[in-house]
Design a protein around this ligand. Sequence first.
Ligand code: SF4
Ligand code: SF4
Length: 203
Amino acid sequence: MIVSSAKPFEEIIKLLKDEDDIFIIGCGACAAKLHVGGEPEVLNMRQRLEEAGKHVVGWCIPSAACSVASFDSLVKKNPVIKEAKSILVMACGSGVSIVSKVAETPVYPSNNTESLGGRSQGEVVPELCAMCGDCKVYYFGGICPKGQCPKQLLNGPCGGSIEGKCEVDPEKDCVWELIFERLEKIGRLDLLEKIWTCEKAEG
Ligand code: SF4
Ligand code: SF4
């Protein structure tokens, strides 16, 4: 899941200051699950834009904003989009980029894209993976220090953690504590004997 959050409305209005006849595109995937691009948020955005004096020509929520085949495919389901002079995408940067690729009009983002994360037990878990293109997360018990350690340390903790919390971000647990606990639990502490010699961990 791509984790994104809603920009402040004031910022969106500033972005759209020279625009009118806006079409809003939400996202039925990550952004909907995160409540920043599903139907309630899109309808709320339409209302707020109209209250701010903007004309909203219509809206839609494709199954995923990052997977739009063509502008024609959007028109087929939402003919009114042809009247739009600009598009506001309530999704992550991938969704904005894909819509920009197919649309002739200017396309604006309503969200800030933050990280590759997930959701578990009703909670959003951000920054799980740094998308390094060379996955070695197994060696760390499924908890990635490239994504979750601010210093991206691959050979153990920095030593600055206090009571299990990260010295860079005391709100978070030190990921190396979590890695150790996890490897201990699955009986694979031996994996810690491996020394990683470069940033792009070689296994
Ligand atoms: S090693 Fe970490 S950053 Fe790289 S792909 Fe795997 S989980 Fe993502
Ligand atoms: S305290 Fe832990 S998570 Fe924080 S920077 Fe040091 S090793 Fe990384």
